[in-house]
Ligand binder design. Structure first.
Ligand code: ZN
Length: 79
């Protein structure tokens, strides 16, 4: 089973993703939340944070965390 490589928060911020999106891994829950990564240093890996998350909906431990990029600003420069 090959798992997607998890980057550090520093690498994530370099790719212009200021936030994390955490998905609850409990079966049938489907809860997800966007979390600011400001409180953790650049050296922390996303995979280090995953076991520390507790779902606020079902109380399940662990999350699948990915970088969260802001929505594309479509149409901003449209004339
Ligand atoms: Zn949950």
């Amino acid at each position: 089973m090959k798992r997607e490589q998890k980057i550090t928060l520093g690498e994530m911020r370099e790719s212009d993703a200021p936030d994390l999106i955490a998905y609850c891994t409990a079966k049938g829950c489907g809860h997800w939340v966007i979390v600011s990564a400001d409180k953790w240093p650049d050296t922390v890996r996303i995979s280090d944070l995953e076991p520390r998350f507790v779902c606020s909906k079902c109380g399940g431990k662990g999350a699948d965390i990915r970088p969260h990029w802001p929505p594309p600003r479509m149409g901003v420069n449209a004339r």
